[in-house]
Design a protein around this ligand. Structure first.
Ligand SMILES: *[C@@H]1O[C@H](CO)[C@@H](O)[C@H](O)[C@H]1NC(C)=O
Ligand SMILES: *[C@@H]1O[C@H](CO)[C@@H](O)[C@H](O)[C@H]1NC(C)=O
Ligand SMILES: *[C@@H]1O[C@H](CO)[C@@H](O)[C@H](O)[C@H]1NC(C)=O
Ligand SMILES: *[C@@H]1O[C@H](CO)[C@@H](O)[C@H](O)[C@H]1NC(C)=O
Ligand SMILES: *[C@@H]1O[C@H](CO)[C@@H](O)[C@H](O)[C@H]1NC(C)=O
Ligand SMILES: *[C@@H]1O[C@H](CO)[C@@H](O)[C@H](O)[C@H]1NC(C)=O
Ligand SMILES: *[C@@H]1O[C@H](CO)[C@@H](O)[C@H](O)[C@H]1NC(C)=O
Ligand SMILES: *[C@@H]1O[C@H](CO)[C@@H](O)[C@H](O)[C@H]1NC(C)=O
Ligand SMILES: *[C@@H]1O[C@H](CO)[C@@H](O)[C@H](O)[C@H]1NC(C)=O
Ligand SMILES: *[C@@H]1O[C@H](CO)[C@@H](O)[C@H](O)[C@H]1NC(C)=O
Length: 643
């Protein structure tokens, strides 16, 4: 059993021990059958009447706040027959080492299992009280597989932190690319390690539904791989989680079909504990120049590597996911940080390795995370896992060929520097870059395909410590291109740019302010049989926009430029805003865009458009601005404020 599930409570000494008590008010929902237009009018009037009454009572009624992450609705076919099944309902209280395990059988009412046009998962969760954000890891285990430990990660999520009055969220995840798994009976597992203790009473009450969209004469079945192999730590023998804690590394032995002609890796990686705010970590050579206990070492650069038989096969410069308890919890309610409910994954084409892997023998697949320190060292810990989507040839004859070009260093190129100004301000810069180029001839039945895999990644991080370390500003940009061609045709592509800026200002011993400005810009084709998409998302959080500020900022807060957070023995409070501009388009022609802003729990602007915009994904929250209490803020370097 992996015991490093300390996702959130390293700093639990700073949490509130005061749980406010809300008076419970009973409400009734009445469903009415409307026989005629006249009756409908009367009913509407009655409804209106009650709406007025209810809204005037809102201040007292604890209506759950609707939390959400900005994302496109899954691009499912319009007009397809749908079958929805509930996979489980489960309340996660003290759930460490106690995952939900569901024996799954594919439904047959929406066509032959596996012939579907799309599959989605709907994860709906409510929670009341005070609780930290927790990681949620969905994995799928094929029981018919001949592999002992066949646990494929299909979704990594996290939980928004609840409030006393309660929160609810729904995330609908497109899992169409996992149809090869859902087509067979198996085991679906959700590991959500929650902990109840003094000051932390929030239980996560969850429901998971799966919806299958039937294919038909006019709606084609989804394209899919022939086999999905796990790169995961899961083990029936030890009940280990699918996600391995690194460092040092996760290594698994995989045996590929001898007629494999395509293999596409998808990797999951997120920093935890001393690595949660990895982008604020300081190079070891400059750590002494900061106040002690202010920052963690090992520098801010991280690279997720996939090695096959000890050779680097491809890498990723990860997107910095901020969880809802991260730095300024008030910025992430009700709109979570981008990626918190659906952590981004990273894709690589490992087809060039097939000539080395189709010998019917086991091969060593390794996942690790390295820094730009001399030895690549990181702190504890990252959670990593992954999978391979494998395409096999229609023939049984073994795949042959040769790797003709291999250019990949073990580690990226990096440099770092620090400068101290006369006034004591300290500026630390870390840059890194990575180039990989691999070519192979991959041959099946004497027909060879020229496969070219190429990565060119860039990274820079500037940390500014100003005003006697009361101000910490971090500006990080990672960007790059990943591309793979088979006989000149692009089959995998990842053009990305992840600018990330966070400014943290300490006001006094109990209060700080923060602003975030981060973007997720990505043109992604994970494999030739998976829908490609282009996403542009910018999230500005914590910042007081002038319009909002004019209305809300009173004299006592007028000095604040960012959202703020105060920790006190009577409970932690604060303010935050979030402004999101999101656009999506995909290779099937679907489009979606949404601009949504929030301030103090209230949605101040919400506009969406595009072909996927139809149904409103998140109902508007009826809750007015409340003095809400939060679990403690987790800060870079393990710092704490307040009580
Ligand atoms: C998701 O599931 C919840 C609870 O099971 C349900 O109320 C909701 O309507 C579903 N949403 C969608 C978009 O399917
Ligand atoms: C939240 O509180 C409401 C009202 O007090 C209760 O009905 C609901 O079951 C609670 N939900 C959870 C997840 O505890
Ligand atoms: C693994 O979990 C199952 C189900 O909870 C349990 O029956 C079994 O004893 C566990 N195995 C180990 C080795 O802990
Ligand atoms: C697998 O590869 C990793 C990385 O090169 C290495 O550390 C590990 O010892 C290898 N495992 C086996 C079983 O060869
Ligand atoms: C791979 O390279 C070797 C040595 O150059 C050559 O003998 C062999 O024919 C090549 N195989 C294929 C399938 O191209
Ligand atoms: C990092 O890259 C920037 C932009 O190319 C450059 O100005 C700076 O000197 C580099 N810093 C280091 C430490 O390499
Ligand atoms: C954040 O920090 C950067 C770098 O020091 C600075 O240029 C920018 O003005 C700051 N932004 C805010 C909102 O304070
Ligand atoms: C810290 O600043 C906040 C905001 O001005 C104020 O409410 C609080 O009383 C201050 N606390 C201390 C200990 O000075
Ligand atoms: C959101 O941010 C954009 C700039 O990215 C700005 O133009 C707009 O006014 C902001 N909207 C709100 C409601 O704060
Ligand atoms: C947020 O700021 C507004 C304006 O200063 C203030 O009225 C409100 O009480 C603050 N909310 C919290 C939770 O402190």
């Amino acid at each position: 059993m992996i015991s490093i599930r300390q996702f959130s409570f390293l700093f639990s000494s700073s949490i509130s021990h005061h749980i406010p008590v809300y008076k419970s008010v009973e409400t009734e929902i009445v469903s009415v059958n409307l026989p005629s237009l006249t009756m409908r009018h009367i009913a509407l009037l009655i409804l209106l009447f009650f709406t007025v009454i209810i809204s005037s009572c809102l201040a007292q009624v604890p209506v759950p706040l609707v939390d959400f992450q900005v994302a496109q609705p899954p691009p499912v076919p319009q007009g397809a027959q749908k079958c929805t099944i509930q996979l489980f309902q489960r309340a996660f209280g003290n759930s460490f080492g106690d995952p939900e395990v569901v024996e799954y059988t594919p439904p047959t009412s929406c066509g032959t299992p596996g012939s579907w046009a799309a599959v989605t998962l709907n994860f709906t969760v409510t929670s009341n009280g005070t609780q930290f954000d927790r990681l949620g890891i969905f994995t799928f285990q094929n029981v018919e597989s001949n592999l002992m430990d066949f646990s494929v990660p299909v979704w990594r999520t996290s939980t928004p932190e609840p409030s006393a009055a309660g929160i609810i969220w729904t995330y609908v995840k497109d899992v169409t690319r996992f149809i090869p798994l859902f087509a067979d009976s198996g085991r679906l597992i959700l590991q959500l390690d929650n902990l109840l203790e003094t000051g932390l009473n929030g239980i996560y009450s969850t429901t998971l539904e799966a919806t299958f969209y039937a294919s038909s004469a006019s709606i084609p079945a989804a394209l899919k791989s022939n086999l999905i192999l796990p790169i995961s730590a899961a083990s029936d023998a030890t009940n280990a989680s699918a996600d391995a804690s690194v460092s040092p590394a996760l290594s698994v032995e995989l045996t590929l079909p001898t007629n494999a002609i395509g293999a596409y890796a998808e990797l999951y990686a997120s920093g935890n504990a001393q690595e949660e705010f990895w982008y604020t970590n300081v190079p070891n050579q400059f750590l002494d120049e900061l106040p002690s206990g202010f920052a963690f070492g090992d520098g801010p650069f991280r690279e997720v590597r996939l090695l096959i038989d000890g050779k680097v096969a491809g890498t990723a410069f990860p997107y910095p996911v901020v969880f809802t308890g991260g730095i300024l919890p008030t910025a992430w309610r009700p709109i979570t940080s981008y990626g918190a409910l659906d952590l981004p994954t990273y894709v690589l084409d490992v087809t060039p390795f097939l000539p080395l892997l189709t010998d019917g023998k086991g091969h060593n697949f390794t996942l690790d995370v390295v820094s730009s320190e001399a030895d690549g060292a990181i702190n504890q810990n990252w959670f990593v896992s992954g999978l391979l989507q494998v395409v096999t040839a229609p023939t049984n004859s073994p795949t042959t060929g040769n790797m003709t070009v291999y250019m990949a260093d073990n580690f990226p190129v990096s440099s770092s520097s620090a400068s101290v100004r006369q006034n004591g301000d300290e500026i630390i810069t870390v840059n890194a870059s990575r180039k990989i180029h691999i070519e192979s001839d991959v041959c099946s039945n004497n027909v060879c395909t020229k496969v070219v895999f190429d990565q060119s990644l860039e990274y820079s991080n500037v940390q500014s410590y100003l005003d006697d370390f009361n101000i910490e500003n971090v500006l990080q940009i990672s960007s790059g291109t990943v591309s793979s061609t088979h006989n000149g045709v692009v089959v995998l592509k990842d053009d990305f740019s992840f600018p990330f800026a966070v400014n943290i200002t300490t006001i006094n011993s109990t209060t700080f302010t923060t602003t975030f400005d981060h973007s997720y810009n990505r043109d992604l084709l994970p494999a030739p049989f998976i829908l490609g998409s282009t996403i542009q998302e910018r999230q500005i959080a914590g910042k007081w926009h002038e319009q909002v500020a004019a209305v809300l900022v009173t004299d006592s807060f007028s000095f604040l430029t960012g959202g703020f957070f105060t920790e006190r023995s009577t409970g932690n409070t604060g303010n935050g805003t979030s402004n999101n501009t999101f656009s999506y388009k995909d290779t099937a022609g679907n489009t979606y865009s949404r601009t949504v802003a929030a301030s103090l729990n209230v949605i101040t602007l919400d506009r969406s458009s595009g072909s996927l915009a139809g149904e409103k994904m998140q109902p508007e929250s009826p809750q007015a601005a409340l003095q809400v209490k939060f679990a403690g803020a987790r800060l870079p370097g393990g710092r704490t404020i307040g009580v």
